[in-house]
Ligand binder design. Structure first.
Ligand code: CP
Length: 309
């Protein structure tokens, strides 16, 4: 699959076959990492993080270093000339001559798309506001593929903040490409999926969608339970956040009646929504998910850079 030179801004930028080729390569690298340990020799990855991150930035860095490349970048835009008022366009027009691939997180929706329009090297959206987070989606999908063998015929439940959760938006959009997926959307009424995503889903009349505020009522039907953090930073007022922040707290008691092969996923960071007693529950796979994200990102960058073993 030739993805050389492409940007990855929105999950819809890639076809199902293209996404699947990234996942397949990611799992191949996971099984045989030493065969890929120098494929990015001579390549430099630039990280432009205008918003906090642990996993996304460091897993991209780990991915590039594990392929023999080098990394540069910033994790606090206030230490750069952004603080002097430099535009995204000018920042990109400079950095695309310092690096071969750019990874960008920004609080403003659409900022990575804008960056891609000024960049001569591939740009990857590492999260833009409450909009999209497509490389997290690759992390989520590679985990489902690893544990379930295939991404089809699954009831995937999303629980928590479906309004502001960009990981939810990207994963739902991408799962519409896969066969026989049922969506169970569990949220308080204030945090239901956004209107634009609802319109997207209406294009797929065959997809079954269940909307509810009750996890307990549906736990026995679910194959994948994707828990999410209530996104405090996207709320317009503190009072509303406080009212909703503990809407769902998953613990072992809540799994009564759940399938034995349920997967509990979470993009992390978690706050209160998964109790610590869940961490050694065999169905909890959120830390393995974060680990597999490194391999999904290795595959993504290898393909966008057009490097092979
Ligand atoms: N999942 C995720 O995006 O985590 P970080 O915010 O730590 O990068």
């Amino acid at each position: 699959m030739n993805l050389q030179g492409r940007h990855f801004i929105d999950p819809n930028d890639f076809t199902l076959e293209e996404i699947q080729s990234i996942l397949d390569l990611g799992l191949e690298i996971y099984k045989n990492p030493l065969e890929y340990d120098d494929i990015c020799k001579g390549k430099i990855m630039g990280t432009l993080f205008y918003e906090p991150s642990t996993r996304t930035r460091l897993s991209f860095e780990s991915a590039m270093l594990r392929m023999g490349g080098k990394v540069l970048g910033f994790s606090d835009a206030n230490t750069t000339s952004v603080a002097k008022g430099e535009s995204i366009a000018d920042t990109i027009r400079v950095l695309d001559s310092y690096a071969d691939i750019l990874i960008m997180r920004h609080p403003r929706e659409g900022a990575p798309k804008l960056a891609s329009q000024y960049s001569s090297v591939p740009v990857i959206n590492a999260g833009d506001g409450g909009h999209q987070h497509p490389s997290q989606t690759l992390t989520d999908l590679i985990t489902i593929q690893y544990y379930k063998g295939a991404i089809s015929n699954l009831n995937v439940a999303f629980c928590g903040d479906l309004l502001f959760g960009r990981t939810v938006h990207s994963l739902i959009r991408t799962l519409t490409k896969y066969p026989k997926i049922t969506f169970t959307l569990i949220s308080p009424k204030e945090l239901k999926i956004p209107h634009h995503l609802r319109l997207d889903l209406m294009q797929f009349p065959d997809i079954k969608i269940i909307e509810t505020d009750s996890l307990e009522e549906h736990i026995s039907e679910i194959d994948i339970l994707y828990m999410t953090r209530i996104q405090k930073e996207r709320f317009f007022n503190e009072e509303e956040y406080v009212k909703l922040k503990d809407s769902y707290i998953l613990n072992r008691d809540k799994l009564v009646g759940a399938k034995e092969d349920l997967l509990v996923l979470h993009p992390l960071p978690r706050v209160n929504e998964i109790s610590y007693d869940m961490d050694d529950e065999p169905r909890s796979k959120y830390f393995q998910q974060a680990k597999l994200g490194v391999y999904a990102r290795m595959a993504l960058m290898a393909l966008l850079l057009g490097v092979t073993k």
